[in-house]
Ligand binder design. Structure first.
Ligand code: 3HC
Ligand code: NAI
Length: 688
């Protein structure tokens, strides 16, 4: 193995090279030789200045996250940075790629920072349920100001070089060779004689924050308004407040304590699980690195309704040319008009510039003529959810699409293999199940048909990455992973109402758990008519929901559903009429009502879902339990801080879940409670 740390010398400047692929994470294998090297250079009379630079595709992307569950090994990262900061000669970080987390903290331990024009710096620890634990919360406020630092730390979002320069987080952007410029910068500073003030000793911005604490508190309140029950954003704020109010050494000590507390807690374990789960999900059996994706530049979309429009925007936002096809001019104009309206909304909310809006719109064109699809590299069908309609579309696509084009369906429930069989090229057919709104939601279920070719899957994965989606490959079944598990809990939502719960007590149990909304708020938002139609097509009934639909109460869009909505408002207000209707239904069905607590609500909704997840694993519809977590967190609002249903089940105790499923199966006899074989095995192994 090559040395992780080496030195080259130019003009009395030592360049310390870090080389720990793939992202130069600061694991023990890097920290120890770096510490030793810095000690040596500190004492070396021939070294006038030091540059820290990285080999490979990036500067240091952080501490090594995979080490967090293990016993710590000295030297710690704060030790390395303290040593770096004790060096009296100028030190310069030469940043290319990403300087993130501990990587940026290492750079903050240098006197100066120079970045390549396309570099990014940031402190994303909060996204892992942590706070920056190697001085970031104490040093960054000294460099850029407390309120600005808070923005960077609580959002966890990296900033580009230009913004970093404007903030004062870096000293210069290199115009040519990064390391050569960092060396001459360091040389010039050494010749200038100093003093070279470590970031930790710079007090001006802290002084300013101390004199305007009210402004800081206001920023802190706004920054944590969306914390949604997560602890890390609150601790981040506390740490920056400490940086203002405490001595640097005390603030550092407290930062470390809070870091360790968070690192050893459930929230960070869950978020780290998701970090690795999302990266694992793209590793698909039979689709190795040797399988090349086909290039995709021009995307066709059939259907410009709710989904087609959003999907068109997702591809246009990713820089691709898009052709949208509709049945007739009127539907086409309606669809294109909605796209324009959505973009205009983003402009008025300030999340998109007018220039970018025009550029995106210019990439989308509409047609009613299939021959305009003939040079598309990928065509996504998003027409009505009816097999007959899908059949016509795929037969037509088979006629017009060029050889090698990937044909995709956005179907939610239908059999992809049957759809593929409408064409003479089933190996080019794949499911691309987007979630609504498709230009916003990150999840993409990629449905692998029986005959889908590996390079078609590789293309789907690569296209997902290009448009910023989080893909999970799933097999063919009714509802795939997400909707199938959702169906498992749906039946019990209604049963809970009939046995004594109210829509708001069920929803409250969900929001207390951390969901952004409960199932009844969700149905009201999506429209009760959609599930009504689905039930009718399956010959199913739901006494309460059916009655509401018969009254024309379809949810938010009609002002009434499981809740009442004041004119134009989105806030659900409990509706005594609905509660009476539920009680009447209970009487009618001879169901005795009783008090139902939050624990029972969770058991009877979450456990059947987890049980269905186990069946999905058993059938190989999902390759791993962590894939199911990625689906639920990114597509259905499962609280990120709990890691997804399968992770949560493991932490909570699969054996406990098994016992309660058996209990409820005994009480109700319902199939959703019958423990899956995989769940029984997992309970014994305490793992999926
Ligand atoms: N620790 C361990 N492994 C890491 C890692 C890290 N900090 N960052 C990335 N990796 C691994 C990934 O798991 C992946 O491994 P795999 O190939 O075996 O799946 C590999 O490196 C490549 O990562 P990506 O697929 O994510 O590569 P990209 O090029 O798409 O993205 C990146 C690069 C933007 C640097 C991205 O990897 C990233 O965001 N990394 C995490 C950054 C981060 O959160 N840093 C903070 C860590 S916590 C910390 O520093 C605590 C400190 O305050 C004390
Ligand atoms: P929609 O009813 O809003 O839009 C369908 C569009 O397809 C209409 O504009 C219609 O004019 C057009 N269309 C119908 N037949 C056509 C044909 N032969 N050629 C061209 N265009 C045709 O429906 P929505 O909600 O967009 O759903 C589309 C597909 O996406 C369905 O398969 C649905 O199951 C799936 N889906 C829907 C989600 C949702 O939340 N609405 C989520 C994920 C998938």
């Amino acid at each position: 193995m090559a040395d992780t740390v080496s030195v080259t010398r130019q003009d009395g400047v030592a360049v310390v090279w870090l080389d720990n692929p793939p992202v130069n994470a600061l694991g023990h294998a890097l920290r120890q030789p770096l510490h030793a090297m810095l000690e040596k250079l500190r004492a070396d009379a021939d070294t006038a200045a030091i540059v820290i630079a990285c080999k490979g595709r990036t500067f240091v992307a952080g501490a090594d996250i995979s080490e967090f569950g293990q016993p710590p090994k000295a030297p710690s990262l704060p030790d390395v940075i303290a040593l770096l900061e004790s060096i009296g000669k100028p030190t310069v970080a030469a940043i290319h790629g990403n300087a993130l987390g501990g990587g940026f903290e290492l750079a903050l331990g240098c006197h100066y920072r120079i970045a390549a024009p396309d570099a990014r710096v940031g402190l994303p620890e909060v996204t892992l349920g942590l706070l920056p634990g190697a001085g970031g919360t104490v040093r960054l406020p000294r460099l850029v100001g407390a309120r600005e630092a808070l923005g960077v730390i609580v959002s966890g979002k990296p900033v580009n070089a230009e913004k970093a320069l404007a903030l004062g987080a870096i000293d210069a952007i290199a115009e040519g060779d990064l390391v050569a410029e960092a060396v001459s910068f360091a040389r010039a500073r050494a010749e200038g004689g100093g003093p070279h003030v470590p970031v930790l000793k710079r007090e001006e911005k802290i002084e300013a924050a101390r004199n305007d604490l009210d402004a800081f508190e206001e920023t802190a309140k706004a920054a944590t308004a969306n914390a949604r029950g997560l602890t890390a954003p609150l601790r981040c704020t506390e740490a920056v407040r400490n940086a203002i109010l405490l001595e640097p050494s005390q603030a550092l000590a407290r930062e470390r304590e809070m870091f360790v507390e968070l690192r050893d807690g459930e929230e960070s374990a869950a978020l780290r699980h998701l970090f690795f789960a999302e990266r694992e999900a793209v590793k698909v059996e039979g689709v190795g690195k040797d399988v090349a994706a086909r290039p995709v530049r021009h995307v066709g979309i059939v259907g410009a309704g709710t989904m087609g429009g959003g999907i068109a925007m997702a591809f246009a936002n990713g820089g691709m040319r898009v052709t949208v096809l509709e049945v007739g001019d009127e539907a086409l104009q309606r669809g294109l008009g909605q796209i324009e309206k959505n973009y205009a909304g983003s402009v008025s909310r300030g999340s998109l510039s007018e220039k970018d809006k025009l550029a995106r719109l210019a990439r989308i064109r509409g047609t009613t003529d299939y021959t305009d699809m003939s040079d598309c590299d990928l065509i996504v069908e998003a027409v009505f959810e009816e097999m007959g309609v899908k059949r016509k579309v795929f037969e037509k696509l088979d006629e017009v699409a060029r050889d090698g084009a990937v044909l995709a369906s956005n179907t939610s429930y239908l059999d992809l293999d049957a759809i593929a069989a409408f064409t003479k090229r089933p190996s080019d057919v794949v499911g691309l199940h987007f979630f609504s709104p498709a230009h916003v939601m990150r999840l993409l279920e990629i449905v692998r048909g029986e005959r889908t070719a590996p390079e078609v899957l590789a293309t789907a994965l690569s296209v997902a990455k290009a448009i910023g989606k989080t893909p999970v490959v799933v097999g063919v079944c009714d509802g795939f992973v997400g909707n199938r598990m959702l169906a498992a809990r749906r039946e019990e939502n209604e049963a809970l109402l009939l046995e004594g719960a109210s829509p708001s007590s069920v929803d409250k149990a969900f929001t207390d758990f951390g969901w952004p909304m409960g199932p009844f708020q969700m149905v009201d938002l999506a429209g009760l008519d959609i599930s009504w139609r689905h039930r009718q097509s399956q010959g199913l009934t739901a006494p309460v929901a059916d009655s509401l639909c018969e009254l024309g109460y379809f949810g938010q869009k009609t002002g009434r559903g499981f809740y009442r909505y004041d004119e134009g408002a989105r806030k659900p207000v409990p509706d005594p009429f609905v509660e009476e209707l539920i009680e009447a239904k209970s009487r009618e069905l001879g169901i005795e009502r009783r008090a139902i607590g939050a624990e029972e609500i969770l058991e009877r909704t979450m456990y059947p879902m987890i049980n269905e997840g186990a069946r999905i694993l058993e059938e190989g519809i999902a390759a791993r339990a962590s894939d199911i977590d990625v689906v639920w967190v990114n597509g259905y609002g499962f609280p990120r801080g709990k890691g997804g249903p399968m992770f949560w089940a493991r932490r909570h105790g699969i054996d406990k879940i098994l016992a309660r499923l058996e209990y409820w199966h005994g009480v109700t006899g319902k199939p959703v409670y019958r423990p899956a074989r995989k769940l029984v095995e997992a309970a014994a192994a305490a793992s999926w």
